[in-house]
Write a protein that binds this ligand. Structure first.
Ligand SMILES: [Zn+2]
Length: 220
């Protein structure tokens, strides 16, 4: 970098210093240590003992509250790509902590419909999988064959029915051990419908991982 450009960059960073995208403290992009400490992980011992119907395993990384809720919301709707990298690091750490890569053939990010992709410009779940082994991440393992309204805009009853038949999978998944990856697990409808499509295609084992959840998992 030549001297003029270096001077220009230092001037720019003096006027627009890097900040934590969550609390706006100066100098810690994208998430400062203070905010990281406020993310509440769900430990391996507090995971759901019995997976919901249709799943062989369910693992959740963090409580969907506070700074984690803010991070995911800003990432999805604020288009902070730097934040995407940080969240992808957390996903990668969880895969190690939960030993999710053992005996796994395919990682299947929950797909978004092309209409939503066109509006948003990216699939948030694909980016969350960007630090996982590329050889087993398959972005086409599950296809979205029907456009549906955002789950967050629906009641619990509507969530259960709106996604029926929204996903499909193909014979490439026959006999494979597949882990679905989603950003937020709420009613479980999205993951359940993806699992149905994978089972219909002949998948031998279907688990799911979500970065965060509203479930009160540790409660008795
Ligand atoms: Zn912060």
């Amino acid at each position: 970098m030549d001297a003029a450009r270096a001077a220009w960059h230092s001037l720019l960073s003096a006027i627009f210093p890097d900040r934590c995208v969550l609390c706006e403290r100066v100098g810690f992009p994208p998430i400062c240590l203070y905010c990281r400490q406020q993310l509440v992980p769900i430990s391996p011992s507090d995971q759901p003992a019995l997976p919901p119907d249709g799943l062989d395993l369910l693992r959740i990384g963090f409580h969907y509250s506070g700074r984690m809720q803010q991070a995911i919301t800003q990432y999805k709707y604020g288009r902070s790509t730097a934040l995407g990298g940080t969240l992808a690091d957390l996903v990668h750490q969880d895969f190690t902590a939960f030993e999710l890569l053992e005996n796994l053939d395919v990682i299947a990010p929950v797909p978004i419909h092309w209409r939503r992709w066109t509006a948003r410009g990216f699939n948030q779940t694909e980016i969350l999988c960007s630090r996982l082994p590329r050889s087993i991440v398959d972005h086409e393992a599950i296809s979205r064959i029907r456009f549906t309204p955002p789950q967050a805009s629906l009641t619990l009853m509507e969530r259960r029915t709106s996604l029926l038949g929204a996903f499909s999978s193909d014979e490439r998944l026959e006999g494979r051990r597949v882990l679905i990856v989603d950003d937020v697990y709420t009613s479980g409808s999205t993951v359940a419908e993806c699992a149905k499509a994978l089972r219909a295609a002949g998948a031998a084992w279907v688990g799911a991982y979500a970065l965060a959840s509203t479930l009160r998992i540790a409660d008795p």
